[in-house]
Design a protein around this ligand. Sequence first.
Ligand SMILES: [Zn+2]
Length: 170
Amino acid sequence: MMAEMHPLHAPWRMEYIRALESGEAGKPGECFICLANAADSLQQSKDRLVLWTSQHSIVLMNKFPYTNGHLLIAPRAHKAELEELSADELLDLQSQTVEAMRVLRRAMSPQGFNIGINLGRCAGAGLPGHLHQHIVPRWNGDVNFMSVVGEVRIVPQALSVLYHELLRAR
Ligand SMILES: [Zn+2]
């Protein structure tokens, strides 16, 4: 029997949508990816959900995840378009995406992934000024997992616990 592909339901993302509508997200100078990239202590990295950085890229957890393990891979430079990235930046972005998949596989044994970039507000980019690749691990039947336990309040705790699990899995 063919497995059905279910849309993900993430009620806690309402907080994110409200932040977007009120203009709190994505303003120049308040870019959360640049803020994460500027973290200069372990505590700041943890607070800003930074898993690691490479020469050109930063890998962080999505504070408003579609599901557990939803990570973001972005160039460290504040650039909006793929065409603005150098060849080295492009290669590093993809290399770190592969590394993020490896870490997620070790830590969470996902059965599939959604990977993609939303470019521009009309395409769904929440932070159109700083491009970022999403990686969302998927499991068979995972649509039911979060709708069963998916109260908004579990997410911040889950983020912190998972942060350390992902660091260990690297
Ligand atoms: Zn930025």
